[in-house]
Design a protein around this ligand. Structure first.
Ligand code: NAP
Length: 331
């Protein structure tokens, strides 16, 4: 089979390479062998390859934390047997999905109905589950409450906007490109503000004078600090990404005086603490919101595995306007 590998961490365009004649992996008990159809390039994949992620690769490593494929074989166990032959969304925390075949635990493949495309199935878990868990399970945002988010024009940010529209919480959305304002308003954003139009806390307080109860930030650096400074008394912020790779400086007096809660959120760590039943219920919620169009991903380009260097370069480009997908196989 073909797979993408890297032997040490570094810039993805430099360290990734294609291997085109390796044996397919064998599933052990409780595992399944999946023939991959497609896999997205997420910011977490690029961080993992660069050595800046919470999971460290065992070399030679294959990237890719999620994708869509067909279960071809099982290493034994009831769940694997039930999944055999099914088209599934795949979660991979070890072997990687940027390959023609991968092995993962049977409980980490989720059958997808025919009306969900391969592309949407390939982006079933990382962003959709993060959105549902952050909004509904961790922050528990109620109807009418204000949520401020940065990087709002990204694929995850757009899901948050659609979920806000559906669940009747209100969103203030920060973007760095003005051309995204109208698009996000059409999706249901209550307000869209542009980073370069002035300090975020001032722009937010013109809309909500007391500040916002909730905020989520994947940008970090100065934007992250300004998002935190936009919180109301008793406000809560989840830091869930590090797109600038810069630290967030917060004056302790701001946090103390305003009784703020600033927390990190990582889906992988959250998922490891959940029961199989909780995860099953989460998959069901994601599947239904995906079918409703709330948790949809837009794509800007697809590449074959052979063009992985071009694909990762595209995925890291500012203003790419959608997820970049590796198209790996056909049904
Ligand atoms: N903690 C978790 O468990 C978890 C799970 C899923 C995702 N995430 C994180 O969520 C974030 C978004 O993921 P995604 O899939 O939505 O990515 P995406 O589709 O690539 O979108 C990224 C967005 O961030 C903006 N952006 C990138 N660099 C920026 C910067 N330096 N300053 C301001 N804005 C910047 C981009 O703006 P342009 O459009 O202008 O380029 C784009 O709108 C990533 O950081 C990812 O790691 C975290």
């Amino acid at each position: 089979m073909k797979r993408i590998i890297f032997d040490h961490c570094g810039p993805p365009t430099e360290v990734l390479r294609l291997q085109d004649d390796v044996p397919a992996p064998q599933p052990g008990r409780g595992e399944v062998l999946v023939r991959m159809l497609a896999s997205p390039i997420n910011p977490s994949d690029l961080m993992y390859i660069a050595g800046k992620y919470g999971l460290k690769p065992a070399f030679p490593a294959t990237p890719g934390f999620e994708g869509a494929g067909i279960v071809e074989a099982t290493g034994g166990g009831l769940l694997g047997w039930l999944r055999k032959g099914k088209r599934v969304a795949v979660i991979s925390d070890r072997n990687g999905t940027w390959a023609e075949y991968t092995v993962t635990k049977a409980r980490q493949v989720i059958p997808v109905p025919d009306d969900i495309s391969d592309e949407q199935a390939a982006t079933f878990f990382v962003n959709p589950a993060t959105v549902v868990v952050m909004i509904h399970d961790v922050l528990k945002i109620t109807r009418g409450a204000w949520l401020l988010q940065s990087a709002a024009g990204g694929e995850l940010g757009k899901m948050v906007i659609r979920l806000g529209f559906k669940s009747a919480f209100r969103t203030i959305n920060v973007v760095r490109r003005r051309e995204q304002v109208d698009e996000l308003k059409k999706l249901g954003a209550d307000h869209v503000i542009v980073e370069s139009d002035g300090p975020i806390p001032e722009q937010v307080r013109k809309l909500v004078p007391e500040g916002v109860r909730y905020a989520i930030d994947p940008v970090g650096g100065e934007v992250g600090a300004q998002v935190i400074a936009s919180l109301a008394q008793g406000g809560r912020c989840l830091l869930y990404g590090s797109l600038t790779d810069d630290p967030v400086w917060v004056h302790p007096r701001l946090a103390i005086g305003n009784d703020l809660r600033i927390e990190g959120f990582w889906l992988g760590a959250w998922a490891r603490k959940q029961s199989a039943l909780t995860m099953l219920k989460l998959f069901r919620r994601v599947r239904s919101l995906m079918r409703e169009g709330v948790l949809q991903t837009q794509f800007s380009a697809t590449y074959p595995l052979e063009d992985v260097k071009k694909a990762v370069e595209h995925a890291a480009a500012p203003g790419k306007g959608g997820k970049v997908l590796l198209k790996i196989g056909v049904k």
